[in-house]
Design a protein around this ligand. Structure first.
Ligand code: ATP
Length: 166
């Protein structure tokens, strides 16, 4: 199960459709301050079912949608699609590629998709739970936390690892 591609469109600072390809097992996202690195991380969280607006640094759903600037008008919806290579069938569905999709409209309506077919939020959560993804399953180490891990004493560091291992 290899994370292969992320597509964002109208999501936060990504007004136009943008495709990130992740060809190898380790990928780093680098860029100047404010260029949208955290927005990429939040797009991944969001498409996998994140419900907490606080974790997405917003107050309401609309904050996730491109808000417009002088050259590009604001959008009516945001969408994200995250694709995994499923040749090893770790995701228990009969597809070699699995794409999780989510859309949000300005009125707050959310839609979820699996390989392009409309599904319920519950379906996404249940599938993620089976494969160790989603809220409190995968781990995102935020900015500054690497320092915290490196500077921690052995006891505190052990607690962090245990927390990550569930
Ligand atoms: P840093 O390195 O400083 O943490 P970063 O590269 O992680 O920054 P982000 O925090 O992901 O950058 O991106 C912030 C940018 O995203 C800001 O310029 C902000 O205005 C823009 N942004 C966030 N939400 C929206 C939105 N709904 N519409 C347009 N732009 C947005």
């Amino acid at each position: 199960m290899h994370l292969q591609q992320l597509e964002v469109s109208g999501f936060k600072s990504f007004a136009r459709k943008t495709i990130f390809e992740f060809p190898s097992r380790i990928t780093a996202i680098v860029g100047p301050n404010g260029s949208g690195k955290s927005n990429v991380k939040e797009a991944i969280q969001w498409v996998l079912g994140e419900q907490s607006m606080k974790s997405l640094r917003g107050r309401r759903g609309e904050d996730l949608i491109w808000n417009g600037n002088v050259s590009t008008p604001r959008m009516g919806k945001a969408s994200v699609a995250l694709t995994f290579d499923n040749n090893d069938k770790q995701i228990p569905i009969e597809f070699e590629m699995v794409t999780f999709g989510r859309k949000i409209f300005r009125d707050g309506l959310n839609e979820y998709f699996l390989n392009g077919s409309s599904v319920r939020f519950k379906d996404i959560v249940e599938l993620c739970a089976k494969i160790g993804l989603g809220e409190s399953r995968h781990n995102i180490i935020g900015q500054g936390e690497v320092d915290r891990i490196l500077l921690a004493g052995p006891k505190e560091r052990k607690m962090m690892f245990e927390e990550a291992l569930g």
